[in-house]
Design a protein around this ligand. Structure first.
Ligand code: CTP
Ligand code: A1H0Z
Length: 401
């Protein structure tokens, strides 16, 4: 797949298809692709994808092939599958891996609950791997549950960042366009090969800068930064009070909104969420700030953590929970409060195994308005750093603002 224009910034989720494709030229294709949008009797375009993942990643210089290298503790290829699965109109996704990595790939599919995937054995070159993937989709395969598609998207398994709109553009181009001199001049070798050997008129579709390929070790760090940036965009403040009842939670929310540009912050009273915290999952929030106003210790945070644990939120990404406690430093010392919260350390270690990163934050609740604003601002900066860094070495620490 070639590069396409920038789409939304949210990562895709496996599971139910929540997004609906939009946009000018794509609109015409939507009824062809979406089962829900198809007119009775209209024919749906059959689309499949082949993801070559059979390379050894020599240029990366590490023993693990780059498609299996962990990024935020999850194999790179799982991010690519996650993005591909977002297009629910792609019927089959063929992943091409070497025989020796077949089992590892099966485990990844199981662990991260990827859907619509079939595995095929790789060839010695990328083109041969792709060819094997295509052969599996041909209509003459004995005992195959796969049906022959009209359009096949070929996408390197090591290009994890792309949106549904570029997939639609590529499929549209495959259906509608011919090949221009310009494409042949400035396109990739794949376009020339398609023309030379298959007499297929290829079309180059412009893509976003995010579509780059992970090739060298530094690219893994870049990928990690992009993912961290994306999952830091949503923060849910959870409090142990009814909404608007407690001034302090809302002050913190206001400061977070002004201090953390571009980040979407929203509040939720925990008692409202009840045991049904699943609806937050649908909006893909992986960051929680739990404000313990009424409870003397971190009972409210524990309640939230049990809910998160039960809901199995953390399959794809680790979740950051910042347990916030207010204290007037003039009336009692922060060290006393710290002592009463010491058990957070053991609890954080336990939660780490469930991919929940727990940190503690004590904020000075000064009666002096100016001081209070200052400590809230400092608190917001600490919260932002914890969420952006997702540093597991700092779990269970009690920070003071
Ligand atoms: N025999 C091969 C070689 C490559 N690929 C896949 O093609 C994509 C793009 O190729 P490239 O970046 O060159 O990957 P590697 O061959 O693994 O890297 P290197 O050239 O550094 O060894 C990767 O997803 C890779 O796994 C494949 O399926 N089969
Ligand atoms: O240039 P590199 O060897 O890094 O990339 C090889 C392929 O991934 C690349 O040629 C296709 O994706 C382009 O169609």
């Amino acid at each position: 797949m070639e590069q396409g224009p920038r789409g939304g910034s949210r990562p895709a989720e496996p599971g139910p298809c929540l997004s609906s494709p939009r946009g000018g030229e794509q609109a015409a294709l939507v009824p062809l692709l979406s089962a829900a949008g198809a007119e009775p009797g209209s024919r749906m375009l059959a689309v499949a994808a082949v993801l070559p993942a059979g390379g050894c990643g020599e240029r990366m210089g590490v023993p693990t092939p780059k498609q299996f290298c962990p990024v935020l503790e999850r194999p790179l290829i799982s991010y690519t599958l996650q993005a591909m699965e977002r297009a629910c109109w792609i019927k089959d996704i063929i992943v091409v891996v070497t025989g020796e990595n077949m089992e590892a790939m099966e485990n990844i599919i199981k662990k991260y609950k990827h859907k619509r995937i079939s595995l095929v054995e790789a060839g010695v070159t990328r083109h041969r791997s792709i060819f094997n993937g295509l052969k599996a989709l041909a209509d003459n395969q004995p005992n195959s549950r796969l049906s022959k598609p009209e359009v096949v998207i070929i996408h390197d398994a090591v290009r994890p960042f792309f949106e549904e709109d570029i997939l639609l553009k590529v499929v549209t181009a495959a259906k509608e366009h011919g090949c221009s001199d310009y494409d042949l001049e400035f396109g990739t070798e794949c376009l020339q090969l398609a023309l030379k050997y298959c007499h297929i008129k290829a079309k180059l579709v412009e893509g976003s800068p995010d579509l780059w390929k992970v090739t060298y070790k530094r690219d893994l760090y870049a990928a990690e930064s992009i993912i961290k940036e994306r999952i830091s965009q949503e923060i849910c403040i959870v409090m142990d009070t009814k909404e608007n009842e407690e001034h302090i939670s809302h002050l913190l929310e206001e400061v977070l909104k002004t201090e953390l540009n571009h980040i979407h912050v929203r509040s939720q009273a925990l008692y409202n969420a009840g045991s049904d915290i699943q609806h937050i999952n649908l909006e893909q929030c992986y960051n929680f700030v739990c404000v313990n106003v009424k409870e003397p210790d971190f009972q409210e945070t524990q309640k939230l953590m049990s809910m998160l644990e039960e809901s199995n939120f953390s399959i794809l990404y680790s979740i950051v929970v910042v347990s916030v406690h207010f204290l007037d430093f003039k009336l009692s010392s922060p060290s006393q409060k710290m002592e009463s919260l010491m058990c957070i350390r053991e609890f954080a270690k336990k939660m780490k195994k469930r991919k929940i990163l727990l940190y503690g934050l004590i904020i000075n609740y000064s009666q002096d308005e100016q001081k209070l604003q200052e400590s809230l601002r400092q608190g917001a900066i600490i919260i932002a750093a914890l969420i952006k860094e997702r540093n597991s070495a700092l779990i269970g620490q009690l920070l003071v603002a």
